[in-house]
Write a protein that binds this ligand. Structure first.
Ligand SMILES: [Zn+2]
Length: 218
């Protein structure tokens, strides 16, 4: 078997390989992901992220999401499926939306594929209209831009839910989804990876980041 990212054979040569289990990434590639299992507050809700969003995670996500490599669908939550099922027992995952145009171009719902192996009920209750390529905009423009997210017509939402996304970076999509949910729902937030800005830091560093990143909304 070969690693789905680097193509190198996955063996049992190294000590780390012995604990690799069913992972489809080799220990070298997996080792570049920064695991944090971080609990934090996001807009007043309990939130949880598994990894810090770094270059290695980003490369894998792009290969899955933008290049359509569906074989990578289980990489992101491995080996946490059972843990997440226990953690969110009794809740329904509400998957955050992609812009309709991107979804059509991609041809598959990458979040549905990513999260379905957890075995929890899932809904895609949101619609997102295309607000342009966010990468092409400045941070200030992104901040002031409307999220473009609405609830689908006639969608029935359960009372206990988890807003689930692949990554929280600026937080604008998650914030947009929270804003359109009924206020009486019991909502938690989950993302596979979060920007380092959402991690606890020393006061000095936190102050510095607050100045640099005025778009952070927690
Ligand atoms: Zn590899």
């Amino acid at each position: 078997m070969r690693c789905l990212m680097c193509g190198e054979p996955i063996g049992t040569e190294t000590f780390a390989d012995l604990f690799r289990g069913e992972d489809v990434l080799c220990s070298a590639c997996r080792g570049q992901w920064k695991r944090i299992s971080h609990r934090f507050r996001f807009c007043g809700k309990n939130a949880f992220g598994l990894y810090e969003y770094n270059d290695a995670f980003s490369s894998c996500l792009i290969q899955f999401k933008e290049l359509g490599d569906e074989a990578l669908k289980d990489v992101f939550l491995y080996p946490d499926h059972a843990r997440l099922k226990r953690m969110y027992h009794g809740r329904t995952l509400l998957l955050l939306p992609s812009a309709a145009e991107k979804l059509e171009a991609r041809g598959f719902s990458h979040l549905w594929e990513m999260f379905e192996s957890i075995g929890l009920p899932m809904l895609e209750p949101f619609v997102k209209r295309d607000t342009g390529d966010q990468k092409a905009r400045t941070r200030r423009e992104r901040k002031t831009m409307e999220s473009g997210i609405t609830l689908k017509a006639d969608v029935h939402l359960p009372k206990r839910v988890v807003l689930a996304d692949d990554v929280i970076t600026s937080g604008s999509t998650m914030k947009g989804a929270l804003a359109v949910l009924p206020k009486d729902l019991d909502v938690q937030v989950f993302a596979c990876a979060i920007t380092p800005k959402l991690r606890p830091q020393s006061e000095g560093k936190r102050f510095l980041n607050a100045i640099i990143n005025k778009d952070i909304i927690i």
